[in-house]
Each structure stands twice: as structure tokens, then as C-alpha cells.
Design a protein. Structure first.
Length: 209
């Protein structure tokens, strides 16, 4: 096990079983089993191959990220693609300039990406009195994706150009230019779809609480 408690740089070719990051970790690439953030920050200039990414902190990856599971609080920023064979849970921010793919994807905060695909996608703004007290409002903003392709979507405050889904629930000011839904599309009064196609020809309005 590697415990990063001061600014550390991994040499090229380092492979780890478990690394806990409490300070700043820099690397040309990452290759390991478990990367646990304990309030630390990780900067990777290339490709990251990590079986499990967990904890709380910030990780910045200039290349692609390949993993089996993500469960973290903080910010995950990836200039390339995020490929996760399992589930993704992020409380905070998930930013990818290209594509995010996973099983069940849950974002409590903000998602910004080119395209996203998976089994289910849930997006909720992250409201917290603690964050507001310290002026940390960056997790309450609008999520953006050029294209969303999932089986089931439940999204709040999402801006999307093209949505392809079996079932979709749109809340909290979600705006979709073109939705292709096969089973059902439901939305509240603050959300809108410009064009709807697919086997689902009508949108259902959510009941007020």
C-alpha cells in the first residue's frame, strides 16, 4: 500500500495495488487496482487504468480513464474518455471533453460531457447548506451533454441536444432539443422537449408534489 502524505511524483511504469492520496500526486500515467482520495489531488498527464476510484478529492486526467467502478465525492476531470465497465457515482462534478460510458451512472452535482451512454443515468443538482455557506455553488449549475444514450434517464437541470432512451423523466428546467423515446417521456412544467419521436409519441406531465 502507498500512502501519499506529501507532494509525490510516480515514475513511469509504476503499478500499485492500493494508493491513498492525502496530498498531491502527479504521474505520467496511472496503473493500479484501488486509488483512494482522502482529501488529496491527483494529476495524470496520460492514460489512467484504475480498477476502483473512490474517496473524496480531485482527480485530473489528460488522457482516457479506464476503470471498473467509480464512487467518489469531489471533482473528476478527464480530457479524454471515461470508460467504466461498472457503476459510476459522483457527488460533485464529472467533466469529460469527449465521452462517458458506464453501467448505472448517478451524478449528484454537475455533468459536463460530449456524449454519455449507459444503462441508467440519474442527475440531480447537489444542494447543500454547507456549500452555500462557503460560497461553493459550482455543484448547483446546469449539466450539459451533446448526446445522451441510455435505457432509463431521470435528469434534473440538464441541457441536451439529442436524447435516446427507453424511458425518460425530465425535471428542474431540463431542456432537450430532440428526444427519441420508445416507452415513455415524463416532464415537469419547468422542462421542455422541442421535438419528440420514437414509439412514444406523447409526453406525460409529472404531477405536482
Amino acid at each position: 500500500m502507498i500512502d501519499v502524505t506529501a507532494r509525490t511524483r510516480f515514475a513511469r511504469g509504476v503499478r500499485f495495488r492500493c494508493t491513498t492520496v492525502r496530498a498531491l500526486l502527479e504521474a505520467e500515467s496511472l496503473d493500479g487496482e484501488i486509488l483512494e482520495l482522502e482529501g488529496g489531488k491527483v494529476r495524470c498527464r496520460g492514460v489512467a487504468r484504475i480498477r476502483c476510484l473512490t474517496g473524496r478529492g480531485i482527480i485530473e486526467i489528460s488522457g482516457d480513464l479506464f476503470c471498473d467502478a467509480i464512487g467518489m465525492t469531489g471533482e473528476l476531470r478527464c480530457s479524454g474518455n471515461v470508460h467504466c465497465s461498472g457503476d459510476i457515482l459522483v457527488n460533485g462534478k464529472l467533466l469529460s471533453r469527449q465521452h462517458v460510458s458506464g453501467g448505472n451512472i448517478t451524478l449528484k452535482g454537475m455533468l459536463t460531457t460530449g456524449t454519455v451512454s449507459g444503462n441508467a443515468l440519474v442527475i440531480r443538482p447537489l444542494h447543500s447548506a454547507m456549500f452555500s455557506r462557503f460560497g461553493m455553488t459550482q455543484y448547483e449549475g446546469r449539466s450539459e451533454a451533446d448526446q445522451v444514450t441510455v435505457v432509463d434517464l431521470d435528469a434534473g437541470n440538464l441541457q441536451c441536444r439529442l436524447l435516446k432512451a427507453n424511458t425518460a423523466i425530465l425535471r428542474d428546467g431540463t431542456m432537450v432539443e430532440h428526444a427519441v423515446c420508445d416507452t415513455s417521456l415524463s416532464l415537469d412544467t419547468s422542462s421542455a422537449v422541442v421535438m419528440l419521436s420514437g414509439k412514444c409519441h406523447r409526453a406525460k406531465h409529472l404531477r405536482s408534489a
